[in-house]
Design a binder for this molecule. Structure first.
Ligand code: SF4
Ligand code: SF4
Length: 215
């Protein structure tokens, strides 16, 4: 059974709008591509209709809202969206924690990220690494398979091994064609995005020159 943690009382979204921009929404009457900021999101003050926001939004909580993570882990601050990944038997997905790099890829060198991932692996928790696709494409997600050598490296605090594994997974994601988005609910509503035409460069194209050798 998937463990559903409670929302932490002192951890609110504030003016973060990361999920409102970087996730695909595909619900009846409410569709949106990833990368497009929802028209209800107001930069600097969050969701303009927060109390009456649609069900998909009410149902979504990132791990920063659920876990006792420090302020630096709020997604707009750390540039990593951490999401509890539910079990999906059909897709062969185990319950775990997903780290979605919607922004800068050099965040894989960020020490709190490396320590967080290492702690999860040390506790035999499933970890996923994900990057966004181009504008009208889905994100990629790959699991970390904790080989015994990786666990040994974590036990001896050799975090370079963890960075190497994460970098290799991101490279795999980049080398694999991204699936185009096919909305199940496209006919029920137009995209609820502010502008779907101006964002022509996919984030993964920007990652093409990322240098993983630093750090
Ligand atoms: S990404 Fe998390 S903190 Fe940011 S708006 Fe969404 S649920 Fe709130
Ligand atoms: S309606 Fe949903 S996606 Fe849009 S700003 Fe509000 S919470 Fe974000």
């Amino acid at each position: 059974m998937v463990e559903v943690p409670s929302v932490l009382p002192n951890q609110s979204c504030g003016d973060c709008t990361v999920c409102c921009q970087h996730l695909i929404i595909d619900a009846p009457g409410f569709t949106k591509l990833a990368g497009d900021l929802c028209k209800n999101a107001k930069p600097g003050c969050g969701c303009a209709i927060y109390a009456g926001r649609p069900k998909p939004c009410r149902d979504f909580l990132c791990s920063w809202r659920l876990l006792p993570l420090p302020e630096e882990w709020r997604p707009d601050r750390c540039q990593i969206l951490v999401i509890p990944e539910p079990e999906d038997v059909e897709r062969g997905i185990k319950h775990g924690t997903k780290f979605f790099f919607f922004g800068r890829l050099d965040r894989i060198f960020w020490r709190p990220f490396i320590e967080f991932v290492s702690a999860l692996i040390a506790q035999d928790r499933q970890v996923y690494i994900s990057i966004p696709g181009d504008h009208d494409h889905c994100a990629h997600m790959l699991p970390i398979y904790p080989a015994p050598e990786l666990k040994q490296s974590i036990a001896s605090r050799d975090y370079a091994a963890v960075v190497g594994v994460v970098a290799a997974l991101i490279q795999n994601c980049r080398d694999t064609p991204f699936d185009p988005v096919v909305f199940k609910n496209q006919d029920t509503a137009g995209p609820l995005s502010r502008d779907n035409t101006k964002r022509k460069t996919g984030l993964h194209e920007a990652y093409a020159d990322a240098d993983f050798s630093a750090g």
